[in-house]
Design a protein. Structure first.
Length: 520
């Protein structure tokens, strides 16, 4: 059996890092962990090939040569997934689809030959058994939640790790919290399930064996769902392994804001090699937090919570939302003040998305307020629901907010605020810089320090960090590069009705793209 696993393309979003990747000579941020894990569940006798459309293109010959084409996708990859499915339909190729996109709205994809929904540990074996007997059904839905102890190692041999800026692994699924807008509990449940400590060490060892050295993202939606297991088993195990292997990786993940309440947990995470954590802040407004059921964020000083995490040695990346029913036009200025005061350099601000399968979607559907299906792209400047705030006021306020926070006059002072607060337990010395770090430094000096419109801000933070915070100089350079990406994504929201972009770095990005091949 010849099987082609296809991962659809991401559009330009905060998370695509499209405009930052050329600085480090990479094609995509992460490999498709879900498909690589599914590959580990397929028969060893099958011939497998994986094409990540964020890295490579796919030809009709690639599709025709496959007995089966497997696709896994998230909502934001909908358009690319549809293109692949349509090509398969025209060519008469059998398709097998799963992942969050198809699990959340299976009826929207009649062109798929076989839908394998939910967590693959439960639904995929039934499909494979029926396929073995030449009687596969069209739809397989997972019944219950699997024990992650049986999840296989990803098949890393199917990718070229050199294409990616970071690797990724999964420790847990599910989340205690049940925010109205979030689809995680619908997909994975409210009871966190975790892998064994030995499994995590085996996955780290498998990554190490590929030759990978650098960042590893724990993709868990809330890494700290089982704090005691982390503190007593998993993190001590990672610390021991990292010391044994000479600290080849650094880690980052997602966690809820109550991480800030546990100094010991933060201490262990930093000791294990964690450097960054994404936290869903959502809003500084208590009414908005109450409306969406964000109980873990309520009745606390959110700025102080962020600062405790940063001072512990973990850089906070923050998620923010505008467009809650309780939001007024004052929310844009309040969000701006909070982001600047907290020193959250990577602030991911989006308009509220109403995703299928969420409690929010159910409520707004009952109220007759759903307009279209969400794209899953939190940088879209259109609405798939009818907001309580005037639509044009909401859109204009959102565009103005995201352009402002990444304008050099705001971004660089916020970066300096973060650097003053941040207290890393350890930082890479200049002697430890890898080749890609040197390449990123030289390219940032050229494209930000000479050609960029923020060059005055760039050189100020460049020399300030060298003088005041030399241990985090590589991080500073990385964050200035992130700033270019975020600003470019934000400013492209400002295209007028004629498609002409407003004042943005499009010309610089185009020049950079044309120069990539020369520099690599």
């Amino acid at each position: 059996m010849n099987v082609l696993l296809v991962y659809p393309k991401y559009p330009d979003t905060y998370w695509s890092f499209r405009y930052a990747l050329p600085f480090v000579g990479k094609k995509a941020v992460f490999p498709p962990l879900g498909l690589l894990t599914v590959a580990g569940m397929l028969p060893e006798s099958w011939q497998l090939r994986l094409i990540d459309l964020n890295v490579d293109e796919i030809s009709d010959r690639d599709l025709r040569s496959a007995d089966l084409v497997f696709l896994s996708a998230m909502a934001v990859q909908r358009e690319s997934a549809r293109e692949v499915l349509e090509r398969c339909r025209v060519l008469g190729v059998t398709t097998v689809a799963g992942g969050p996109l198809f699990t959340s709205c299976p009826d929207a994809f009649p062109e798929v030959s076989h839908l394998v929904l939910g967590e693959a540990e439960l639904s995929l074996p039934r499909f494979l058994e029926d396929l073995k007997h030449r009687a596969p059904q069209r739809l397989y839905a997972a019944d219950g939640r699997p024990d992650l102890g049986g999840t296989p190692l990803p098949r890393w041999s199917l990718i070229d790790i050199r294409d990616y800026a970071s690797m990724n692994i999964q420790y847990s699924r599910g989340c205690h919290f049940d925010c109205e807008f979030c689809d995680i509990t619908q997909l994975f449940g409210r009871k966190p399930r975790t892998k064994h400590s030995d499994q995590i060490i085996s996955e780290l060892e498998a990554l190490y064996a590929t030759g990978w050295r650098g960042g590893v993202f724990f993709v868990d939606d809330n890494f700290i769902g089982d704090k005691e297991k982390l503190k007593n088993e998993v993190l001590p195990g990672i610390i021991s392994w990292m010391q044994h292997r000479g600290k080849p990786f650094f880690f980052y993940t997602e966690a809820s804001i109550n991480l800030s309440d546990d100094p010991r947990l933060m201490e262990l995470m930093v000791a294990a090699g964690f450097r960054e954590v994404f936290v869903g802040i959502e809003s500084p407004e208590e009414d908005s937090l109450q409306e969406t059921g964000k109980v873990q964020n309520r009745n606390r000083d959110l700025v102080a919570s962020v600062q405790r995490i940063q001072r512990a040695g973990l850089q906070v990346q923050g998620g923010f939302i505008v467009g809650f029913d309780s939001d007024t036009p004052a929310i844009f200025e309040k969000q701006l003040r909070f982001i600047q005061e907290s020193g959250i350099v990577a602030a991911m601000v989006g308009i509220l998305m109403v995703l299928p399968g969420t409690k929010l979607h159910d409520r707004l559907r009952r109220e007759g307020r759903i307009v279209v299906v969400s794209t899953g792209n939190n940088t879209d400047d259109f609405l798939n629901y009818v907001p309580k705030m005037n639509r044009q006021v909401l859109l204009a306020g959102y565009r103005r907010l995201v352009r402002t926070i990444y304008a050099p006059d705001y971004f660089y002072p916020r970066l300096k605020t973060f650097l003053k607060e941040y207290r890393p337990a350890a930082a890479a010395s200049f002697a430890q810089l890898q080749r890609r770090d040197i390449r990123a430094l030289l390219r940032s000096m050229l494209f930000l320090g000479i050609l960029g419109k923020e060059r005055w801000h760039f050189w100020k933070i460049f020399f300030w960090t060298l003088w005041r915070k030399p241990r985090v100089f590589p991080l500073t350079i990385a964050l200035t590069i992130y700033g270019l990406h975020f600003r470019t994504v934000a400013e492209r929201l400002g295209a007028d009705d004629g498609g002409r972009e407003r004042d943005c770095d499009a010309e610089l990005v185009g020049l950079f793209s044309r120069s990539q091949e020369k520099f690599q």
